[in-house]
Design a protein around this ligand. Structure first.
Ligand code: HEC
Ligand code: HEC
Length: 250
């Protein structure tokens, strides 16, 4: 079943072979993932580890905000679970390694103005500004000409916009402790104390406006369109390819 679900709902972007070379990839600037290296950004596990099945399930269900990877929570849960198992077959890593245990996230302290301003200090101290900029707009001094593991250009996130993993303090906390493997975003596990991590998470959340940038809006719209025109959601992809080419963003 996983294979069928993948071919209907994922291959158009990720490629039938899971190499990220599906034909709809040209419509989005943030490229669909090549699953072969087995490197994943959005994990609950420590940096360098494989993700858990549940991490992958969350990504499929929740989507990644502001990218073509839109939420597919309209698929039955059994299909989402099955497609996760199928995605894992593309990488050798899942045959030879097990994911490490998820990093336990302690309960959040109450959000106070003091905590948020401590977060602002921690943002300076931990040098987040070097990449994300003093105001969090993704324009820090190290932001130029970065590449990700898959060879594509990548920019530090503009923290005032909706975040891929979601913009809650919990999601931000998780990103800071796990890092985003395959990108320059490091893990701060062990480098910052719990209280500093929560302060930082609340501060970063406070920068968020919840309003998509024009680029993010276009990426999500392209993702929606691909799913509407393709496979499980109406079929008839091929004849419409020329129109898709007109919409190509690169
Ligand atoms: C319209 C294109 C599109 C479709 C359809 C699509 N994806 Fe994606 N997917 C993406 C993009 C783009 C990314 C990369 C996002 C990023 O790196 O920020 C991605 C990333 C991922 C990741 C990696 C997340 C991580 O932690 O690094 C997984 C897993 C994934 N997709 C699974 C799926 C599955 C399973 C399906 C089908 C149910 C699917 N995708 C359908 C575009 C798509
Ligand atoms: C060396 C550069 C670098 C440093 C230092 C850095 N980041 Fe990042 N960060 C990145 C990049 C690049 C991304 C974009 C990853 C992506 O979109 O795939 C990112 C993404 C993020 C995200 C968005 C995750 C999402 O769900 O979209 C958050 C939140 C974040 N960083 C917080 C921080 C905080 C807080 C610090 C300091 C403790 C920090 N970063 C330090 C480079 C950096």
């Amino acid at each position: 079943m996983g294979r069928l679900v993948f071919e209907r709902n994922c291959a158009i972007c990720h490629g039938a072979l899971g190499d990220g070379r599906g034909m709809a990839g040209m419509m989005v600037r943030t490229k669909p993932r090549d699953f072969h290296p087995g490197i994943f950004k959005f994990r609950s596990t420590p940096t360098g580890s494989l993700p858990t099945d549940d991490d992958l399930f969350q990504t499929v269900s929740r989507g990644l905000r502001g990218t073509g990877m839109i939420a597919q929570d309209d698929l039955p849960e059994s299909e989402r679970r099955a497609v996760v198992l199928y995605v894992k077959t593309f990488s050798e890593r899942f045959r030879s390694e097990k994911p490490q245990s998820p990093i336990v996230i302690p309960e959040a302290p109450p959000r106070t103005p003091e905590l948020v301003s401590k977060g602002r200090e921690t943002y300076q101290k931990a040098e987040c500004f070097k990449c994300h900029g003093v105001g969090g707009r993704g324009d820090g001094p190290s932001a130029e000409s970065m590449k990700d593991t898959w060879g594509y250009p990548i920019q530090p996130t503009d923290l005032s916009r909706p975040l891929k993993r979601g913009s809650t303090p919990e999601a931000i906390y998780r990103t800071i402790v796990t890092g985003l493997d395959g990108t320059p975003m490091p893990s701060y596990e062990g480098a910052l104390r719990d209280e500093e991590l929560w302060a930082l998470a609340f501060y970063v959340a406070s920068l968020n406006t919840g309003i998509l940038s024009e680029r993010q809006r276009r990426e999500e719209a392209a993702g929606q369109m691909v799913l509407r025109m393709h496979g499980g959601r109406g079929g008839g992809m091929m004849p419409r390819m020329p129109m898709m080419r007109d919409m190509c963003m690169m």
